[in-house]
Each structure stands twice: as structure tokens, then as C-alpha cells.
Design a protein around this ligand. Structure first.
Ligand SMILES: [Ca+2]
Length: 530
């Protein structure tokens, strides 16, 4: 069913729903338990249950979360005969509802409803919706022989969830939500951009964090980086301890390039730290890198090039992202070094080649990329003309971390630069699409840089009051205490220390526009200066 047709069918069911509502509800809405009788084409409402304020333990969780009262609706959408898209809608009571709907995004290939994100939205007074994207679990085998389930994961599930959730909320409250927002990071960021590109009318405001939207090339990048950093028998060449060593050395070399020695590389594009500076003089030791380790690190920074044409297929990972934290996701550990095979090799086995035994050593980066982009173009969300979303009045707030070890931030920057070009320049683009980069932030959170900020309030102000965000104020928190704040500036502006007052206080920084990065000069220390 096309989107337009589905919307028409949904609208045509509304008068009936309104009639029911008037006979059963205290307010203008339908009583929670009666929502189970709601009819939406292609959607089955499985349960509708009033949940009292207090502890609530989501399915699959061991710990309870404390929530305000809400109406919990569990539903399944089947836009194709092979689809089984589970989603939930949580609706606050009329007197607690802020009049808005928030769709929340997913992580990885996760077939799991995002209960924690739903809880956060509900506490703010939102009606919230989340989907399992049409399958259970993070394993990519679900796509083997199920092309429609791949489409459900790639973009359809969020749209179907959104359209149905609007109707569920409308029936529960007796009126449509005044605004709809989507909030996601990582795969959720991919979903966010996909919504703006494919379904520009779904949301009025969208937050896309560390978006994995260049999904096909990112997957080729994962495969290449794994092969480049593992021995032929599959052992990681760089141990975790040496990932931290690399970060320490990169920060030491490039920290001061931004004029402030604060343990943060402000813009890794200006940092050209050469890992050979750490080369062992003799044998392998804890404080140095062997020749294969130097080579592996270089390839991580350089990224994947087409072996035939030399084209950069996918960017490398930034200096400063190697190993800055204890958790494997705060390093190249979780997505590159630690997996026994290339991360997301299932893309090739189950989605592309339909061969569970496909050997990643046989990849041809030229031929197979062309094939993948021809066969599965819907896996990526890289459309650059966002005119329909702009015309809808939508606002898009995108952010990323300059130390992201999972989704390379340079790719997000390249995408935004291309968006600016395709949408009439920076000023016209900023009217509806703004980008903020957090120096020293990891993947969606964490890292030495300030990485906690309230993007949703900024987006609300923009959509509802017309106050476009000029900067976001981010905090760094250690053991529950804020120990540093910093403005995240409107790209391409950067935060510069004013020269007086504490350098851990956002008030002592100003956002300035710097000249674009120019070709850099290699110095004897390996650091680079313009
Ligand atoms: Ca610095």
C-alpha cells in the first residue's frame, strides 16, 4: 500500500473512532482498555492496558523503572504478508499529556522496543512510540529469505509505527497530537534522517544523533577495518591497552592545535598524528607499537578506498577515537577489534549474497559495492534534497561526537556539507536543518568532552516558538557531578576559550567561525599546523 493511500484509509476510519470515543470516555478520548477495539488497516492492537504510577518492568528487563501512570498499547503492523512489526504506544492521562507525540529510535540491528527512551519521553509528558523494527534480536539472520523484513528494518517499520501511533493517540485523547517529534541516535539517527527524507510529513521535528545513515558504505568500512586490523587467523593486531596508548599519544600531539590544552582534540581533521611515532625500537613492549600495529592503526585512520579507482569509499575513524574509555564501545574494541569476524558480516551473508557461508576474504570492494548499492539502495538514507521536509515546515537537529569510534564523524560532516550544497547554501539550510558537533564525545555519549545536552528542549523551542538553536550547552559528568561545561556550536562554528576564567565553564567560551581546514603542514613531531 502506498503511503498516500494508507493515509487516506486511516483518515477515513476516524469518524467511526470519534463516535466510539464519545460514548466510552470520561474526557474526549477513549478509555484505555477500549483502545484494543480500535481498527487501523494493517494493524492489530494486541493489548491496551492502564498502568498505574509506580514500578514498571519492561519485557526482557530485570529491573523495574519508575513511571507516571500511562496507557500501554501493544500492537503489530503487517504492511506486507511477511511483515510482523511490533510496536508500543504509551499515552499519558489527559491531564499529564503535553499534547505531543515522540517516536524514539533504535540501536544497531536491534529488534527491540526502546523502553528506556520511551520512559524518558513519558516522564516529559509525551505520548511515546517505539518499534522492534520488524524482527527480534540484533542478529541479521532475520533477513535471509525475507526481503520484506529487510525493508521493514531499513525504513518501513518506523513510518508504519508513526502513522498508526498518531491514530492511537488521537483516539485515546480525542484529538491529534499538536506536534510529532522523532529522537534517535546511531541506528536511531539513521532512522531519523530516513524519516526526513522518505516521509517528510511524519514529524515536525527530528533529532538525528551520530547517524549511521550511510549504512551500505559503513558496512563495507567495518569489513575493511576488521580485515586491516586482524591476522589471517583472525586475531586482533592491536590489543585494547594499545588503543588507549594511541589515544594518549594522539591527544598529546594535537590537543593544543585548537589553542587550549584541555585533553580534547577540538577538530580531528586538523590532527595528523602518525602512529609510527610510537614504533617500538626493539621488540614488542607495552609502551610502543610493532610495525603491524602501526600499519593497522594507519589503515583505521585512512579508511577504505576503491582499489581500482582510488575513490574514498568510506572515511576512516578519527584520531582520538581509538580508546578513550573503559567500555569496549568507548574504543575501536566493540565494533572492530573484538568481534571474531567483521562486524555486520551478516549484511553480506543474509541480505546481499544469500549465502550463509560467504567468506569475507573474497570481497571485491569495487564490484561488490556497486552490486550492493544497486541491490539494496534502501538500506542507506543519503538523499540530499530535503525540499519536501522543509516545505512541510520540519526542523532537523543533527549532532555527532568528534571521538565517535563507531560511526565516523567525518562521514556525518561530509553528509551535512553535501546537504548545504543541495539545499541552497548554509543560511537556507540552517532555516530547517542545524548541525552540532561535540568535541571529545564518543558514540552518542561518553568521552572526555562534554557529552550530555538537552537537544529535545532546543528542538521544541525551534518548532514551537521559532527560536532556532544557536548553540547547545553540554556537560561532562564524572561520578554524578558536572565537572566541565562547553557550548556545542552551530556548525561550522567552533567553541573558542575567551582567555579568562575557568576553561571548564561554558560561559568562558564563544562560538567563532574558522576558516575551512586548509592543507596542513607536517611538523617534526607528527602534529600538524595550518
Ligand atoms: Ca584542546
Amino acid at each position: 500500500m502506498t503511503r498516500r493511500l494508507l493515509a487516506a484509509v486511516l483518515v477515513s476510519t476516524l469518524p467511526l473512532a470519534t463516535g466510539e470515543a464519545k460514548t466510552t470516555a470520561v474526557s474526549n478520548g477513549t478509555a484505555c482498555s477500549n483502545l484494543a477495539a480500535l481498527t487501523i488497516p494493517g494493524v492489530t492492537i494486541r493489548t491496551a492496558t492502564a498502568v498505574a504510577a509506580g514500578p514498571f518492568t519492561p519485557p526482557g528487563a530485570t529491573a523495574a523503572m519508575t513511571l507516571p501512570a500511562f496507557c500501554r498499547v501493544e500492537a503489530t503492523a503487517r504492511p506486507t504478508t511477511d511483515s510482523e512489526i511490533k510496536f508500543e504506544v504509551w499515552i499519558p492521562p489527559a491531564d499529564a499529556w503535553n499534547g505531543k507525540l515522540e517516536g524514539v529510535g533504535n540501536g544497531g540491528y536491534s529488534g527491540a522496543i526502546g523502553y528506556a527512551a520511551m520512559a524518558a519521553g513519558l516522564r516529559r509528558g509525551y505520548a511515546v512510540a517505539s518499534t522492534d523494527t520488524g524482527h527480534a534480536g540484533d542478529d541479521m539472520k532475520f533477513g535471509q529469505g525475507h526481503p520484506e523484513k529487510i525493508v521493514d528494518w531499513a525504513y518501513r517499520s518506523v513510518h508504519v509505527m508513526t502513522e498508526a501511533s498518531k491514530v492511537v493517540v488521537r483516539d485515546a485523547q480525542g484529538r491529534f497530537a499538536e506536534h510529532a517529534y522523532f529522537v534517535g541516535c546511531s541506528s536511531g539517527g539513521h532512522q531519523a534522517l530516513s524519516e526526513a527524507q522518505r516521509y517528510p510529513e511524519d514529524y515536525d521535528g527530528i533529532i538525528a544523533g551520530d547517524p549511521a545513515n550511510n549504512r551500505i558504505r559503513q558496512t563495507f568500512g567495518f569489513l575493511y577495518s576488521w580485515v586491516a586490523t586482524h591476522t589471517p587467523d583472525g586475531r586482533a593486531i592491536i590489543p585494547q591497552s594499545k588503543l588507549s596508548l594511541l589515544t594518549h599519544a594522539a591527544v598529546e600531539a594535537c590537543d593544543a592545535l585548537d589553542g587550549l590544552k584541555d585533553g580534547i582534540i577540538d577538530d580531528p581533521r586538523r590532527c595528523h598524528f602518525d602512529p609510527s611515532k610510537l614504533a617500538c625500537k626493539g621488540g614488542d613492549e607495552a609502551g610502543c607499537l610493532t610495525a603491524p600495529q602501526v600499519d593497522a592503526a594507519r589503515k583505521m585512520y585512512e579508511g577504505l578506498k576503491n582499489p581500482r579507482t582510488g575513490e574514498q569509499i568510506f572515511t576512516g575513524w578519527p584520531r582520538g577515537s581509538e580508546g578513550f574509555g573503559e567500555n569496549p564501545i568507548q574504543s575501536w574494541g566493540q565494533y572492530v577489534m573484538n568481534p571474531p569476524e567483521p562486524m555486520r558480516v551478516g549484511f553480506f551473508r543474509y541480505f546481499l549474497f544469500h549465502d550463509p557461508n560467504w567468506d569475507y576474504r573474497t570481497i571485491d570492494y569495487d564490484r561488490d559495492l556497486a552490486y550492493a548499492e544497486q541491490k539494496l539502495p534502501f538500506m542507506a538514507a543519503v538523499e540530499k534534497d530535503l525540499t519536501p521536509f522543509r516545505k512541510h515546515g520540519g526542523k532537523l537537529l543533527m549532532y555527532t561526537g568528534w571521538a565517535d569510534p563507531v560511526v565516523p564523524p567525518q562521514d556525518t560532516v561530509a553528509y551535512y556539507d553535501a546537504i548545504v550544497k543541495a539545499n541552497g547554501g548554509l543560511e537556507r539550510t540552517r532555516d530547517f536543518y542545524r548541525f552540532f558537533i561535540a568535541p571529545g564525545m564518543g558514540h552518542c555519549s561518553g568521552g572526555p568532552g562534554p557529552n550530555q545536552f538537552d537537544a529535545l528542549t532546543a528542538l521544541e523551542q525551534w518548532v514551537e516558538k521559532g527560536a532556532a538553536p544557536e548553540k547547545l550547552t553540554a556537560s561532562h559528568v564524572t561520578n554524578g557531578k558536572v565537572d566541565r561545561t562547553r557550548p556545542l556550536c552551530l556548525y561550522p562554528q567552533v567553541a573558542r576559550y575567551k582567555g579568562t576564567g575557568g576553561s571548564d565553564d561554558a560561559a568562558n567560551f564563544t562560538c567563532v567561525t574558522e576558516a575551512p581546514t586548509t592543507p596542513v603542514r607536517r611538523t617534526s613531531t607528527g602534529a600538524q599546523r595550518n
